[in-house]
Design a protein around this ligand. Structure first.
Ligand code: F6R
Length: 607
């Protein structure tokens, strides 16, 4: 994950920038850079490799104002020309996230004579700010105007050589906080980078823009309205991962999903196509004659696999089976050497998934792919191909951001397999990539439903049981909703494909059984509505997560929350978010230990 550090102080801040980047190293990166306001120009140092190399390369650089960045490009060779900061005229910019409308901005700026020297979307921001500075010389106003034109998820920091002592930062979707020091003011992606200079932190909200100078900070909204944000005094040790404004890691991690998705999808960059190489150098050869996909995983990771099965069969036309790893490893199965084995795991150390992978290989099935959040884990090391999700550390035992990033990775796999099998036209590919790129923004909008979901959660907290319903690719999302609710609130919850109701579980439905339904406007909606009628007719109370296009009227006993967008094939990624929030808030009301539910461990390294 990319990391940002910025400083405006009354002393040389280069050592602070470098130390801050070191603290962000855990997020993963492959290049690093910094830019400071020098005597007669922006001085920029970039290096491919470790922050330690940047430290040596910048040993002679000194300034009271600067910005710094770590970047993790997982596609192509990480290069100095793509490393941040990016410079245009007298300004320099660092950026985390994805700018969705970067192509149209790039065409517009190219037509005005700007020459791009990198493949990044970030350089667009640099040129855009430079262009806006021509009509208003004030850096704050220019960055504010530039941000109003950006579509996507981002955190940025900008300096201008002609306006020394000022750093402008803004965020939408990606995290950014300010650190208030005695001899200067700072900004960073997370607090760990700033504990070296201050414990006084200000967490910026989406749509905030702030100016840091040696003497203070000021914050406005992008429309120019001034705002105040509370100052938090961090009590954590420099080694800990900061909770920030959140009460629990689970809540923090739910809200980190736009950034986690943006980081995971950074591999696609601004491209209209994706290449098999994102899964490893040998992917094109290895995927070439695959005739079946077998997904092995446990728990939440198995639910991402079950969702992917709908995509792989519908889009790529490849048969797919999903098996719980602990079952597969002990069952006598029929091996197929042309089968791709996909092991999905957040930790990469889950004993059953690792054993299932080894078992599959022992049967002569060598086409293996790991989808994992931990690059150096055993499952990654032992697989021929790999895709590392970039969710960042997941501390809460209940998996949230790891799940949605797994889904993003699995959709990329679907597109790659479809391409290799000649099932994907260029227009369709580019349309799917656009949809993926918009995901961080779409997830942000879903997160705004938290208050309404909290009200629902209060009604649940005294229930003993709950039933989750979904159909098609949303059935695994119902399963995931039920798993989340039971593991952190201890309310017994089960999920069914809605069509199965009348084959047994309907007997359980009465006024004490809340029924939660995932109901996007897909081709099964009409069928689902009939199933919901069956529940209503038995006095069951319905809680329905519809989307912008689902036509379901609210009525007595039928509570509705609408997700802001309809998201087609990718809709499972949006629909799981309210279910995560529902479980989290139900658990809060019940007063359980949300981040460490009883009897459970984060990494299940024993059988
Ligand atoms: C549930 C949860 C677990 C894990 C499962 C597999 O919230 O987190 O069900 O998904 O233990 O773990 P990984 O993905 O690390 O293999």
């Amino acid at each position: 994950m990319c990391g940002i550090v910025a400083a405006a102080a009354d002393k040389n801040i280069v050592p602070i920038l470098v130390e801050g980047l070191k603290k962000l190293e855990y997020r993963g990166y492959d290049s690093a850079g910094l830019a400071v306001i020098g005597a007669d120009r922006i001085e920029r140092v970039r290096s491919v490799g470790r922050v330690a190399e940047l430290e040596s390369a910048s040993a002679d650089t000194a300034s009271p104002t600067g910005i710094a960045h770590t970047r993790w490009a997982t596609h192509g060779v990480p290069s100095e020309r793509n490393a941040h900061p990016h410079v245009s005229g007298s300004i320099a910019v660092v950026h985390n996230g994805i700018i969705e409308n970067y192509e149209s901005l790039r065409s517009e700026l190219t037509a005005q004579g700007y020459v791009f020297t990198s493949d990044t979307d970030t350089e667009t921001i640099a040129h855009l700010v430079d262009q806006l500075l021509k009509s208003d010389r004030d850096l704050f106003r220019a960055v504010q105007a530039a941000c109003r034109r950006l579509v996507g998820a981002y955190a940025i920091a900008v300096i201008d050589h002609s306006q020394p002592g000022r750093v402008i930062v803004s965020r939408e979707g990606s995290p950014l906080l300010l650190g208030l020091g005695d001899d200067g003011n700072y900004a960073a992606s997370d607090a760990s980078a700033l504990l070296q200079v201050t414990r006084k932190m200000v967490y910026l909200e989406n749509g905030d823009i702030a100016e840091l100078s040696r003497d203070g900070v000021r914050i406005e909204r992008l429309d120019g309205t001034p705002v105040e944000r509370p100052v938090h005094v961090s009590e954590l040790s420099a080694a800990a991962v900061e909770l920030g404004n959140f009460r629990h890691y689970m809540q923090k991690e739910i809200f980190e999903q736009p950034e986690a998705l943006a980081n995971t999808l950074e591999i696609v960059g601004g491209s209209k196509t994706i290449q098999p190489g994102i899964f490893g150098a040998e992917a094109a050869t290895l995927l070439n004659d695959v005739d079946h996909i077998l997904i092995l995983a446990c728990g939440t990771s198995a639910h991402s696999g079950m969702t992917a099965r709908y995509w792989l069969e519908a889009v790529a036309g490849v048969p797919c089976t999903v098996e719980i790893a602990s079952e597969y490893r002990y069952r006598t199965s029929v091996p197929n050497p042309r089968q791709l084995i996909v092991a999905i795991s957040q930790s990469g150390e889950t004993a059953d998934t690792l054993a299932a992978l080894r078992h599959a290989k022992s049967l002569g099935q060598t086409k293996t792919l790991a989808i994992c959040n931990v690059p150096e884990s055993a499952i990654v090391r032992e697989s021929a191909l790999r895709f590392i999700t970039r969710a960042g550390p997941e501390i809460g035992v209940a998996s949230t951001k790891a799940f949605t990033t797994q889904l993003a990775a699995l959709f990329l796999l679907t597109l790659v397999v479809a391409k290799v099998r000649g099932q994907l036209g260029a227009d369709q590919e580019s349309a799917y990539i656009d949809q993926l790129r918009h995901l961080p923004v779409a997830v942000n909008k879903v997160l705004t439903l938290e208050d309404e979901i909290t009200v629902w959660a209060r009604r649940f907290a005294d229930k003993q049981h709950a039933l989750f319903l979904g159909r098609g690719r949303h059935y695994p999302i119902a399963l995931e909703g039920a798993l989340k609710l039971k593991e952190i609130s201890y309310i017994h919850a089960e999920a069914y494909p809605a069509g199965e109701l009348k084959h047994g579980p309907l007997a359980l439905v009465d006024a004490n059984m809340p029924v939660i339904s995932v109901a996007p406007a897909d081709d099964l909606l009409e069928k689902l509505k009939s199933n919901l009628q069956e529940v209503r007719a038995r006095g069951g109370e319905l809680y329905v997560f519809a989307d912008a296009d689902s036509e379901i009227p609210e009525s007595e006993g039928v509570h509705m929350l609408r997700l802001p967008e309809h998201y087609g094939l990718l809709s499972p990624i949006l629909h799981v978010i309210p279910l995560q929030l529902l479980s989290y808030h139900a658990a809060l009301v019940k007063g359980t230990d949300v981040d460490k539910p009883r009897n459970l461990a984060k990494s299940v390294t024993v059988e």
